[in-house]
Design a protein around this ligand. Structure first.
Ligand code: 9MG
Length: 377
């Protein structure tokens, strides 16, 4: 069964859904979630209808011939109630709803432990042409110094990347990328216990980084660029960042277009989670890929609706730091985007992001400090 949470942002969204599903939705649901359930078999549909009869928890507006149901699930779906539902995918659906309304999932994957609150991933670009700090950290010593400084400032993860992913960037050969990344990962690991992620689309680079002490694969292609990447992730059983990107870096910002950006990303995540799990990859972090084949309004829609993705029961990572949508909205150069970046981080945290990928670690740490304090009272 496929299930998707749809956030009803306001009257325009209500009208859109009314038209799409041919149903009447009360304005009462503005600001709430509806759930689109599809591919239901007859058995599942019967269970849902029984639940609808017996309980106020679920109300069904339509069982269409296409097998899609638009449902409103009240926010208080109690765990004890879930226990009484027969053990089917419907029960799994209710468990996910329960999670969705109670808190983000917080897996403890050994060295990567998301139980104790959001983590900071500090960006370490070892490229001559990276979009915001190009060329500054090309030597191993300089890169190491910067990594250790970010750790001292509060980063729990250092994201080492040897290929620029800015729009229009050129492809780098595997050898060149390997030469940039592997010695830096090795040097950091010799000096520190900090988590290291390797920002690469190439399995050879990922494997070398993991062999030198990296912990996480951060692949902006969602492990689709290199056919061997999934095998490496499965073999090392390491966490992977599954990022959404429309197109590829060279051309992705040439007129990107979405009918419904949230829907497209959501379905991409569902498909890729299935595919990765079938390959034995269990530790999946979702990342909507701010700025990767997205217009300004797409980036803003994602940030505003980020919590929709929590329904997929996976931790969420957001990278908004210094990105061009901030520059365009505020009319600021790349070095002047700190406040815009921090505000974006805060919105991401509010939407359930558990890892934020940042350039300015100390400032991000303060943002998280205030954000988490407000959760305590
Ligand atoms: C490498 N890189 C650049 N931007 C990124 C983002 O937003 N997310 C992830 N996972 N990686 C990114």
């Amino acid at each position: 069964m496929r299930s998707r949470a749809i956030y009803i942002s306001g009257p325009a969204r209500i009208t859109e859904l009314q038209n799409r599903f041919n149903v009447t939705i009360s304005p009462f649901y503005s600001g709430r979630f509806l759930f689109e359930l599809s591919s239901l078999d007859a058995e599942q549909e019967k269970i849902l209808l029984d639940i609808d009869r017996l309980s106020p928890v679920l109300r069904i507006w339509e069982t269409s011939t296409k097998g899609t149901i638009l449902a409103a699930v009240h926010e208080a779906v109690a765990a004890s109630y879930i226990e009484r539902i027969p053990d089917t995918e419907i029960r799994d659906f209710f468990s996910r709803v329960h999670h969705f309304y109670s808190a983000s999932v917080k897996p403890d994957w050994g060295r990567l432990n998301l139980v104790d609150g959001p983590l900071i991933m500090g960006i370490l670009n070892v490229t001559p042409d990276s979009f915001s700090d190009g060329g500054k950290f090309l030597s191993v010593d300089k890169a190491l110094e910067h990594a250790l400084q970010m750790e001292a400032d509060g980063a729990q993860i250092i994201d080492v990347g040897g290929e620029s992913t800015r729009p229009g960037a050129r492809l780098v050969s595997a050898d060149e990328e390997l030469d940039r990344v592997a010695p830096v990962v090795k040097a950091i690991r010799e000096k520190s216990d900090v988590l290291i992620s390797v920002d690469t689309r190439k399995s050879i680079v990922a494997k070398a980084a993991l062999d030198n002490g990296a912990d996480i694969i951060n692949d902006i292609s969602g492990l689709r660029f290199d056919p061997d990447m999934e095998a490496v992730a499965a073999e090392y059983d390491c966490p992977v960042v599954l990022m959404h990107m429309k197109g590829e870096p060279g051309t992705m910002q040439n007129n990107p277009w979405y009918d419904d950006v949230m829907r497209e990303i959501y379905l991409f995540f569902e498909d890729r989670i299935d595919a990765l799990q079938n390959k034995g990859i269990r530790k999946i972090i979702l990342d909507p890929g701010i700025g990767f084949g997205k217009r300004i309004e797409d980036n803003l829609t994602i940030l505003r609706n980020l919590k929709d993705f929590r329904f997929l029961n996976r931790p969420i990572l957001v990278g908004a730091s210094r990105k061009s949508f901030i520059g365009k909205i505020l009319n600021k150069n790349v070095d002047d985007r700190l406040y815009g970046s921090l505000t974006s981080h805060l919105i991401a945290l509010e939407g359930g992001a558990q890892i934020i990928r940042v350039h300015e670690v100390g400032a991000a740490k303060d943002t998280i400090g205030i954000y988490t304090s407000t959760r305590l009272f």
